[in-house]
Design a protein around this ligand. Structure first.
Ligand SMILES: O=P(O)(O)OC[C@H]1O[C@H](O)[C@H](O)[C@@H](O)[C@@H]1O
Length: 288
């Protein structure tokens, strides 16, 4: 399969969108996690060589989906349950006349989710691979008789040959919560954000276009266009936190950066029967 390198995935666990010419995406049904996106043979996403594919633990890399809670959760596991449930493939990859390939996945409440979070819901996740971009759309539907609240995020791990050369552009003048400094509220004054330390910041009300320069082989940038995701989290565990992570090699912090679009600072409320869509389109272009 064009997009696959790891022998770790079982064939029945993955869905591949193959555009041809080395452009392909691989989605793991555990969490509907996009684990690989190659553009003309160049891997854009990071997935740890120690990632565990046991259909239990969240996958360390790719694009895990966070729902219904970003961060620690009093009712259940960190970042909620969406990334650790098996999703249904509701529409197998289909190619349209322009060559774009779309697959659709869904997750509904069941006994296990209701034990943690007693709400009836449906998530519909549409993954569309274009020639130079990956379009991800998450629809949240409230199937309950009462309103519910949630936070959600696409936890994208980008790969890079050298994280100290990678930068995030578009965050200047934004307020952020520094989770490494007990949630201190600060303002970003850099036009290009470089990461050289244990870094965990939640930027609020970011513009709808963010650039991550020097990802993949380092000769590529990605342009992220987001809709209904006001916030952007930038995360790298760096050496000290990496050492405490069993599913992450202690040197891998040098070769990844998470730039995560989300709606996390404020809860989203959906009334009975209501729905809301959240999306990001990640496009590749030559680095700046
Ligand atoms: O280890 P995980 O549960 O996958 O979380 C990984 C990271 O996710 C986000 O980026 C959070 O802001 C971090 O605080 C957290 O450490």
């Amino acid at each position: 399969m064009a997009g696959m390198e790891s022998e770790q995935y079982a064939t029945e666990d993955i869905v591949e969108l193959d555009y041809g010419n080395g452009t392909a995406a691989v989605v793991h049904l555990h969490g509907a996690t996009v684990v690989s996106w190659k553009f003309q043979g160049e891997e854009i996403l990071f997935c740890s060589k120690k990632a565990i594919f046991d259909n239990k633990k969240a996958i360390r890399g790719g694009i895990p989906l966070v729902f219904p809670q970003f961060g620690p959760w009093s009712l259940g596991p960190q970042h909620g349950f969406a990334r650790i449930r098996r999703w249904k493939l509701v529409s197998t990859p289909m190619q349209d006349s322009r060559g774009n390939i779309t697959a659709v996945f869904s997750l509904e409440d069941d006994k296990r989710t209701r034990e943690l979070w007693d709400k009836k819901f449906e998530l519909v996740y549409t993954v569309c691979l274009w020639k130079t971009s990956l379009e991800l759309n998450l629809k949240v539907l409230n199937r309950d008789e009462s309103s519910f609240e949630f936070t959600t995020l696409m936890h994208t791990y980008f790969t890079t040959p050298d994280v100290t050369k990678t930068s995030v552009i578009g965050l200047k003048d934004l307020q952020f919560i520094d989770k490494v400094q007990d949630g201190a509220l600060m303002t970003e004054n850099r036009g290009a954000v470089f990461v050289n330390e244990n870094y965990d910041r939640v930027y609020q009300n970011a513009p709808n276009e963010i650039v991550v320069n020097k990802v993949g082989t380092g000769k590529t940038k990605v342009i992220i266009k987001k809709t209904n995701f006001p916030d952007v989290v930038v995360w790298n565990p760096w050496e000290e936190k990496a050492q405490g992570m069993a599913d992450f090699d202690e040197k891998e912090y040098k070769t990844m950066l998470c730039v995560e679009v989300g709606s996390v600072f404020n809860q989203v409320t959906l009334g009975p029967g209501e729905q809301k869509e959240f999306s990001q389109i990640i496009s590749v272009a030559p680095a700046e």
